[in-house]
Design a protein around this ligand. Structure first.
Ligand SMILES: NC(=O)c1ccc[n+]([C@@H]2O[C@H](COP(=O)([O-])OP(=O)(O)OC[C@H]3O[C@@H](n4cnc5c(N)ncnc54)[C@H](OP(=O)(O)O)[C@@H]3O)[C@@H](O)[C@H]2O)c1
Length: 258
């Protein structure tokens, strides 16, 4: 795998917006055929349309990844369409409902774990068994969060699921050993975009704070004193999938601004 992805197939989950859309555009711009996965078909079509306008190629796969059978079908459909699968970026996730553990509902934890941890495991399993192990090569990535390390009140469900991704990736890296498949976790800090904006709005409303002030305070928490840009996450993902990172596996790569 070089940093030119021409002819390779890259699966991006959560490609209907946010970081996933940027990831998809960046891989397509480097020549990859990108398979776009999410629930909202209209927003996936927007991503595919932008990629087509930019001269790239994409396929759209509408699925709720919480359903194990749909994960199996989606990877099957991608293999049917492109006949190979080189990179899987498990980017899709939900924040869940903010709840203190003393008020936690199992339904909230189940939803967050189903989306943020179980689905990435099932998709990785399917990518491995249907494509990467037979091919003897591949790249698996899991998108985690700095919130799994620097925990916040009311977000134990999100932190626990995201921290689980690192254990999953490290175990996979060990199990896959010399198989030709590398596995890493991209740990993302606060990224400029809708998810961050809605978090700020929610926290400001709950805690009676000024949203502008809260936004500036949260954005300045890391060493660089600013939000991470989606493009900066995409660059690290591209690097991890490239030959430049051929000795990197089982690692958490922090893209957090320090
Ligand atoms: N933004 C940040 O500041 C930040 C910080 C740390 C970590 N992260 C991580 O970075 C990744 C991307 O975040 P983002 O900001 O781009 O989030 P986002 O804008 O909310 O996008 C989340 C994506 O996940 C998809 N998704 C959610 N549930 C799904 C399901 N059941 N089945 C299929 N797709 C599903 C959504 O698509 P549909 O709704 O169409 O299904 C959407 O495309 C996530 O893993 C997030 O935890 C983000």
């Amino acid at each position: 795998m070089s940093s030119d992805f021409t002819g390779q197939v890259v699966v991006i989950t959560g490609a209907s917006g946010g970081i996933g859309r940027v990831l998809a555009r960046r891989y397509a711009a480097r020549g990859a055929n990108v398979a776009l996965v999410a629930r909202r078909s209209d927003e996936l079509a927007v991503t595919a349309g932008v990629i087509a306008e930019e001269g790239g190629a994409a396929s759209v796969h509408v699925a709720d990844i919480r359903e194990e059978s749909l994960c199996h079908e989606v990877i099957g459909a991608i293999m049917q369409r492109w006949d190979r699968l080189d990179v899987l970026v498990n980017n899709a996730a939900v924040p869940g409902i903010d709840q203190r553990v003393s008020d936690a509902t199992v339904a909230n934890w189940q939803n967050v774990f189903a989306t943020n941890l179980f689905a990435p495991m099932v998709l990785a399993r399917e990518a491995l068994s249907q494509a990467m192990i037979p091919a003897g090569s591949g790249n698996l990535q899991f998108v985690s969060s700095a919130a799994a390390r620097v925990v916040q009140p009311k977000k134990a469900h999100y932190a626990a699921a995201k921290l689980g991704l690192s254990a999953l990736a490290q175990t996979l890296a060990l199990e896959l050993g010399t198989s030709g498949v590398r596995v890493n976790t991209v740990v993302v800090g606060s990224v400029a975009g809708e998810l961050f904006d809605s978090y700020v709005a929610r926290r400001a409303a709950e805690d009676g704070l000024d949203p502008g002030e809260l936004r500036s305070r949260l954005a300045a928490l890391n060493k660089l004193g600013r939000l991470v840009q989606p493009d900066e996450v995409a660059e690290v993902s591209l690097w991890l999938a490239s030959d430049a990172a051929s000795a990197i596996t089982g690692q958490d790569i922090n893209v957090t601004g320090g």
